[in-house]
Design a protein around this ligand. Structure first.
Ligand SMILES: Cc1cc2nc3c(=O)[nH]c(=O)nc-3n(C[C@H](O)[C@H](O)[C@H](O)COP(=O)(O)O)c2cc1C
Length: 186
């Protein structure tokens, strides 16, 4: 077991103020916290990142890279856009290039849990797209993933899942990432 609680950093959401992918991420992070982890939410909308490579730096870039470099585990949550992840979410991942030459390059040894929300039922497409990125960044995906279907009706006004099965799946993912982070740190 790690001496200190593992830090689980959630990265995701869309540019929508009522983002379902951010709500899903918050539910999973709550479960990781309940399992004993410290948690931090990196909301893609709030990070307000410039495009990677555009030559402009921003406070959100420092927050993203500092939190990711400190993370013992991560949870990613993107909407499904045209069979893949959203451009805003992918741009956040592109900024992790700044971690290439760190003490721990990219996400080396870091477990990552994956969530996608979709208008239809094909959220697994975005999950699969994210899995390739985790591997490219030398991270480890946890086997359990959560594609949330019919995202427009999946959460109530307070951000809670309407379907108990979705709530249970997101909680399972949060716990699994917290446990994987502890095991990998041991
Ligand atoms: C540009 C765009 C592309 C989309 N493509 C798909 C798609 O291919 N399949 C699907 O089921 N839903 C698709 N959707 C619906 C989104 O996946 C759905 O609205 C999303 O879960 C919303 O996430 P958010 O609430 O975090 O913004 C698309 C939405 C947008 C805006």
């Amino acid at each position: 077991m790690a001496t200190n609680p593992p830090l689980i950093v959630g990265l995701g959401g869309s540019l929508s103020p009522s983002s379902s992918s951010r709500r899903a991420l918050e539910v999973a992070l709550d479960a990781a916290a309940a399992a004993g982890a410290d948690v931090e939410l990196l909301d893609v909308r709030a990070l307000d990142l410039p495009f990677y490579g555009a030559g402009r730096h921003a406070p959100g870039v420092d927050r993203l890279t500092a939190a990711t470099a400190a993370a013992d585990g991560m949870i990613w949550s993107s909407p499904l856009y045209h069979g893949g992840v959203s451009g805003a979410f992918k741009n956040a991942l592109d900024w992790l290039q700044l971690l290439a030459d760190g003490d721990r390059p990219y996400l080396s040894g870091v477990p990552v849990g994956l969530i996608a929300t979709a208008g239809g039922s094909q959220g697994l497409q975005a999950v699969n797209a994210m899995e390739f990125v985790v591997r490219a960044l030398r991270g480890w995906t946890v086997p359990f993933v959560v594609p949330v279907a019919r995202a427009w009706q999946a959460f109530d006004g307070d951000g809670r899942p309407r379907d108990d099965a979705v709530a249970a799946q997101l909680a399972t993912l949060g716990r699994e990432v917290a446990q994987a982070a502890e095991r990998l740190a041991a």
